[in-house]
Design a protein around this ligand. Structure first.
Ligand code: 3HC
Length: 697
């Protein structure tokens, strides 16, 4: 039974017990309704609603979304609870979120454990609070605080909630006992019933809604739910409670039916799935990691070192000489100072954390490290040399990781006498900020090394995705195809700005040409030079980028690349010189330039990603399609509300994706556009990727 009722001294104790997070599934809603009806039908003088396990209700059951709704619906159930004729007390611990917090808002009093958190995070799922949250919250905290809480979706702690009037009492321990005593005190004092729905409508100038709509159009570009939230909170001001609830209901239904919410809900589960490694026993032991060594104090190495220091670990940062080391330590100091300036951490915390990172130029100082991450530039021989050296000094059982983006981790591992201890930990730049971590499982990587690194990723607040060994692993291998199409569109007729605008309007955080400029055009140039001609792909693709590098235009860092930049700034301007160069290179290649619309740009770039993603799944480089979605959303600025490239393929329909790829094959050639065999197979079998993935187990 997910809901139990116990009556003690005329106080009804309603306990929800639905692990892991007490989500409001149909069974819970039904149980709650029965318990409250039974309590109010008897002689109970107060009701306490509490939860067993690690948390108060963390929300509606997201797994039930998309299925036909079943009575009792949450909004009606909460109205019934609020209408109770005896005081209802919600006892909050853990995370009272979404529908869970709405249950608390419909209760008459709220008592919380001091480390509890409350919030309405529905916007992160492309939704809005659909059980009265948009109507009750502004009546308690006012319009501005409500708009901030609901449009950001970030939970707040119990203390802040108390300041806003959302929590009546905070206790430090024994919550259930305290809630029981609190209810008895209310009864003894003859305290009345407080219904937030009966509070006067909040007041607000209509300008505030216009202001939020404008802000959100930028902050949450292209997203439906944030705008709908503003409509609902405005309705709390202008309409009766009942009419406001109706507005909320309609907006909620619209959001839940949207592809944006489907994409974000997919991402919620995809992120959690990605942490599970197929074939790895859940009781695989972990190695202890407290001391970390990082080799290379460039931008990547410095950022990587910060991650471990932020999580409380001692870090030794190694460079070849004092000058390079000092440069890295200065970068780290600057990054922490920036964090303090932006209010992310106190100066004292920044100093304590920074002091966990110490520098060295002596490999012997890494001898006691539990984990060593190599982050030097992309050169296989150099990396192999370093691993050979590490083999000589690292203590037995130390995990030896490479942050390589492209090199063969098996070859790096083979340079040591302990390949089972070697793994790839591929961070994304800036490494102290980007959430993605590709965990590259080499042929001989030991299970406990992999399990340790997956857990470690969470300790340093990253989202880990397991990848197999291949050139570029998951993310960069796919990116090559995306980048190639961007470059070809350029030669065939588009401008850098047209390409970036099309992709940004579609939802990418940054257009590809700006990304090339940000990453540095010389990086790809050098990588291409290191490949045999036949490995470099379509020779047309990088003509312009290579010409720019040869002109000294290396991207943002040199003040010019596909665009020109003001010194030290990201602000860019279109440069007619680049357009002239493109026209010249196209003529040299005998390419007749034509008008290329935004639709074609988007389809070519995104379908190139999807097609390669299909191959990656089929080869087992990614464990499942949704892992690829996590890589693209957390590592490459792919819009989360589109659910990542593979989910997007299902949204468009694999049949349509295949048809468009075949059309490109006819028009643009089979070399770049041969459909992935898995795509053809799924279309033949009339299966979506999600269905196929579920079949794989
Ligand atoms: N519904 C269904 N399953 C849920 C869930 C929910 N609301 N919240 C969490 N879960 C599941 C997770 O999928 C995971 O399952 P798994 O073990 O099979 O992978 C398990 O519970 C544990 O979750 P986490 O791994 O995320 O555990 P954490 O301890 O790290 O985090 C949490 C707990 C903070 C509660 C986090 O899970 C969370 O943020 N959950 C979502 C909260 C949310 O968005 N609530 C609003 C829902 S929408 C709503 O309420 C609409 C309403 O207004 C009508």
């Amino acid at each position: 039974m997910p809901v139990q009722l116990e009556i003690v001294d005329n106080i009804a104790l309603v306990t929800i017990d639905n692990p892991p997070v007490n989500a409001l599934s149909h069974a819970v809603r039904l149980g709650l309704q029965n318990a409250v009806r039974e309590a109010t039908a008897g002689a109970c003088e107060a009701i306490v609603i509490q939860c067993a396990g690690r948390t108060f209700v963390a929300g509606a059951d997201i797994k039930e979304f998309g299925q036909p709704p079943k009575d009792p619906w949450l909004p009606g159930l909460l109205e019934e609870i609020e209408a109770a004729k005896v005081p209802v007390v919600a006892a909050l611990h853990g995370t009272a979120l979404g529908g869970g917090f709405e249950l608390a808002l419909a209760s008459h009093y709220r008592i919380a454990l001091e480390d509890a958190q409350v919030g309405l995070p529905e916007v992160k799922l492309g939704l809005l609070p659909g059980a009265g949250g948009t109507q009750r919250l502004p009546r308690i905290v006012g319009v501005k605080a409500a708009l901030d809480l609901i449009t950001r979706g970030t939970p707040i702690d119990a203390k802040s909630a108390q300041v806003l009037g959302l929590v009546d009492e905070i206790v430090t321990s024994d919550l259930h006992e305290a809630a029981f005593e609190y209810a008895k005190k209310l009864v003894a004092a003859g305290a009345g019933i407080r219904r937030s729905s009966e509070l006067p409508a909040p007041e607000a100038d209509s300008a505030i809604f216009a202001e939020y709509r404008k802000q959100l159009a930028q902050r949450a570009r292209g997203q439906l739910a944030p705008q709908k939230i503003v409509d609902c909170v405005e309705a709390a001001v202008t309409l009766s409670f009942a009419d406001g609830m109706e507005t909320e209901r309609k907006a909620f239904m619209e959001c839940i039916a949207s592809s944006q919410s489907a994409g974000l809900r997919h991402m919620f589960f995809a992120e959690r799935e990605a942490g599970k490694v197929r074939g790895l026993a859940s009781d695989t032991p972990h190695r202890e990691v407290q001391k970390v060594g990082v080799i290379g104090a460039g931008t990547m190495g410095s950022g990587i070192a910060m991650n471990f220091a932020n999580a409380g670990m001692a870090v030794r940062l190694l460079e070849v000489n004092n000058e390079a080391l000092q440069k890295g330590l200065d970068t780290i100091a600057r990054n922490y100072a920036g964090g303090v300036k932006r209010g992310k951490m106190s100066e004292q915390d920044a100093n304590t954390t920074r002091e966990r990172i110490t520098g060295t130029t002596d490999y012997a100082d890494l001898a006691d490290a539990d984990l060593i991450v190599e982050a030097v530039y992309e050169n296989l021989e150099l990396k192999q040399d370093i691993f050979r050296r590490l083999d000589g000094i690292a203590k037995p059982g130390a995990i030896l990781a490479t942050n390589t983006s492209y090199q063969d981790v098996n070859k790096i591992a083979a340079a040591t006498g302990r390949p089972e201890d070697v793994i790839g930990l591929h961070f994304f730049s800036p490494a102290h900020i980007m959430k993605l971590l590709e965990v590259v499982r080499a042929d001989k990587t030991a299970d406990d090394v992999l399990a340790t690194c997956m857990a470690l990723a969470r300790r340093i607040r990253k989202v880990p995705v397991v990848a197999g060994v291949c050139y570029g692993f998951i993310g960069n291998r796919m990116l090559q195809h995306y980048g190639r199409e961007a470059q070809l569109c350029l030669i065939e007729g588009a401008t850098p700005d047209a390409i970036d605008t099309a992709m940004q309007q579609w939802g990418m955080a940054m257009g590809p040409m700006r990304v090339f400029d940000l990453a540095g055009l010389d990086v790809g140039y050098k990588a291409r030079q290191g490949l045999a001609l036949e490995e470099r792909g379509d020779p047309k693709a990088y003509r312009v980028a290579d010409a720019l590098v040869e002109m000294g235009r290396l991207g943002q860092k040199s003040g010019a690349g596909f665009y020109t930049y003001d010194a030290g700034s990201r602000d860019y301007t279109v440069d007619p010189l680049v357009e002239e160069l493109i026209v010249k290179e196209a003529a040299a290649l005998n390419v007749e330039r034509r008008e290329i619309g935004a639709d074609e740009i988007v389809d070519r770039l995104i379908y190139a990603l999807i097609n390669e993603g299909m191959r990656i799944v089929e080869e087992g480089i990614a464990q499942r399609p949704s892992d690829i979605d996590v890589v693209y959303v957390y590592g490459y600025g792919f819009p989360a509300y589109r659910g990542g490239p593979m989910h997007y393929a299902d949204t468009v329909g694999l049949k349509n994706v295949l048809a468009r790829i075949c059309e490109f094959r006819e028009r643009l050639g089979a070399e770049n556009w041969s459909p992935a065999p898995l795509l053809e197979k799924l279309v033949r079998d009339d299966l979506s990727l999600a269905q196929w993935s579920a079949q794989q187990g």
